[in-house]
Ligand binder design. Structure first.
Ligand code: SF4
Length: 410
């Protein structure tokens, strides 16, 4: 990793020269990325980084920002890991511990369809059956061997209920991903960070076996071998430094260069939760979030879909629009963000207003991006390929198949 040199910190003019070169060449290299990262909060630097990232985004994505109306189904909030920042995972004796029955999945899916959602986001803790006997018994009572068996059944239920599932179930084997692929339009795993340091004593991932970067990189690669449209991302503010953030981006870019299956990168800021071991950590500054969205765009280039969740930096949305993102991710009219329940989704109309105030047009997408639906047949199992046109307009944006009128549906 390149160290900052004698020209450090960068002036706005020096930063602009690096950014200009990156925009013209289509990607920002690791060395310049680190220099910009170290200088991000110097006078004028954030503005030139954002301007360059916005231009790169417009070259690849035009003046469109997308959003996916979804229902969030936290299939189980039991987890074998204990990340120090997590308030989602609960032990089985907690009154808040819950594993969804398939009947409950049916209910949520029905609510999503009624409100024009196309994506069923299945999100859950990592392999809780390894840690908890009571969960193994719960699964066995229902004829299920593992939590992934439950994910498979829930995917089928959501698919049959007229939604497109997107699963993020933590670390999965290649065989498990293969079994889920016919029922999931896309899948995901946040890379979060490639830092091994954060697995050390007292660090965020010390008690989280599945946050070993080697496991996460391998799963990204295996998803690539299977040609699964895949979501990844960075988690900002869990103790990682600039060099580790840049390394995470470079690793993601290398995987994309080799497999080409990464359809989006989420840039997600961590907010300290009161009941967690990391409750006293200072939250990442909003300016930094904006800056790292921009650096992500510049490192990944104009074609990548770069996403920032609008509920996690709600005061910065107009600035985020100008920082090179082209997607707000999933926003639900039905369910809360179960990972960050303290952070409500903005209303879609408000999101549209704020997006348009930055000169951008808000369009609805499904769990797969329009160009993937239109141009990348090889990434979908035949049964998914057969139904995708029902969920997409001629341009690949979301169409709600249950709506009668053309205006309602598009
Ligand atoms: S793996 Fe995910 S659900 Fe489990 S403790 Fe870590 S952040 Fe929470």
């Amino acid at each position: 990793m390149t160290a900052p040199d004698s020209d450090f910190p960068l002036t706005a003019a020096a930063a602009e020269a690096l950014v200009r070169e990156a925009v013209d060449e289509g990607r920002l290299d690791v060395g310049p990325a680190l220099r910009l990262a170290h200088s991000l909060l110097e006078p004028g630097v954030l503005d030139v980084v954002c301007e360059g990232a916005f231009e790169s985004k417009r070259r690849g994505k035009g003046d469109v920002v997308t959003v996916s109306r979804n229902v969030f189904i936290p299939l189980t909030n039991l987890c074998r890991n204990r990340c120090s920042y997590c308030s989602f995972a609960k032990p089985p004796d907690s009154p808040e511990a819950h594993t969804y029955s398939l009947e409950e999945v049916v209910e949520v899916v029905r609510g999503g369809v009624m409100t024009g959602c196309t994506e069923a986001l299945l999100c859950l803790g990592d392999k809780p059956e390894i840690a908890y006997k009571s969960h193994r018994a719960w699964l066995a009572e229902r004829g299920l061997g593992t939590t992934v068996d439950l994910v498979l059944e829930a995917s089928k239920v959501a698919f049959a209920g007229d939604m497109l599932p997107h699963t993020n179930a933590g670390i999965l084997s290649i065989e498990e991903m293969e079994s889920l692929r016919p029922w999931n339009a896309s899948m995901g795993l946040m890379m979060e960070t490639t830092s091994q340091r954060l697995r050390g004593k007292g660090m965020a991932h010390h008690y989280a076996h599945d946050k070993d970067p080697k496991l996460r990189i391998r799963m990204h690669e295996e998803a690539g071998e299977l040609k699964i449209p895949f979501t990844t991302g960075l988690l900002l503010g869990i103790g990682e430094n600039d060099a580790e953030r840049v390394d995470t981006l470079a690793t993601i870019r290398d995987i994309q260069d080799r497999f080409g299956h990464l359809q989006e990168i989420i840039v997600q800021p961590f907010h300290p939760k009161p009941e967690t071991p990391m409750r006293h950590v200072s939250p990442i500054r909003d300016d930094e979030v904006v800056g790292w969205v921009a650096i992500t765009r510049l490192v990944m280039g104009p074609e990548m879909n770069v996403q920032a969740p609008p509920n996690l930096a709600p005061d910065m949305l107009p600035r985020l629009v100008g920082s090179g993102l082209n997607d707000w991710g999933g926003v639900s009219p039905v369910t809360v963000d179960f990972i960050n329940p303290e952070a409500p989704w903005p209303a879609i109309d408000r999101l549209r207003e704020l997006t348009e105030s930055g000169g951008q047009k808000l369009r609805d997408r499904g769990p797969v991006y329009p160009d993937w639906i239109l141009e990348r047949d090889e990434f979908f199992d035949p049964q998914l390929r057969a139904v995708l046109p029902r969920f997409a307009t001629d341009e690949g944006y979301a169409r709600r198949p249950h709506c009668q009128s053309k205006e309602e549906a598009a």
